[in-house]
Design a binder for this molecule. Sequence first.
Ligand SMILES: Cc1cc2nc3c(=O)[nH]c(=O)nc-3n(C[C@H](O)[C@H](O)[C@H](O)COP(=O)(O)O)c2cc1C
Length: 173
Amino acid sequence: MNKIGLFYGPLGGSVENVAKKILKVLGEDKVDIISVQNATAADVNKYSKIIFGISTIGSHTWQRETPSKDWDGFLQELNHIDYSNKLIALYGLGDHLTYALHFVDSLGVLGGMLIEKGAHIIGQTSTEDYDFKDSDAVIDGEFIGLPLDEDFESDKTDERIKNWLDRILPLFE
Ligand SMILES: Cc1cc2nc3c(=O)[nH]c(=O)nc-3n(C[C@H](O)[C@H](O)[C@H](O)COP(=O)(O)O)c2cc1C
């Protein structure tokens, strides 16, 4: 399928709001947004251009603390995705003030799992525009995806999304 498949979780919060923002920017002819809650690897395998959206709930990783239930269930599906000929971009919601030492950690956990499986990840983001102390999402000196903070930097979200899409869309072509 030539459309982008945007798989996100959890439902009903900032991650979903960002998925809807991306849908609004790109339009329904370019992207499908799908909750990970009921998605399977077979659903992901229909797409060659993928965006995953996740939030960090828990001061360490969502695997050990209170995980996003949606993603917790979907993680098993990552083992059944065919990563050849796919480009994957990631965004992650977090809070850079309250959780400065664990900023968007889940983005890094998910990114690390995908790297281990040989996924081709695009859309890495410079840490320059962000004020935080530590993050598992910094891999090889840059964020593995796009961090967003709707709690304390919501005024930056639209521009961050726009700049990120400007970078990844040509790669998706
Ligand atoms: C209990 C709890 C723990 C959190 N832990 C982290 C964290 O470790 N790192 C981080 O960057 N943000 C953390 N956050 C902030 C959330 O990631 C942020 O509010 C995000 O926008 C939530 O998106 P969602 O509503 O789609 O799940 C936490 C929020 C809550 C309520």
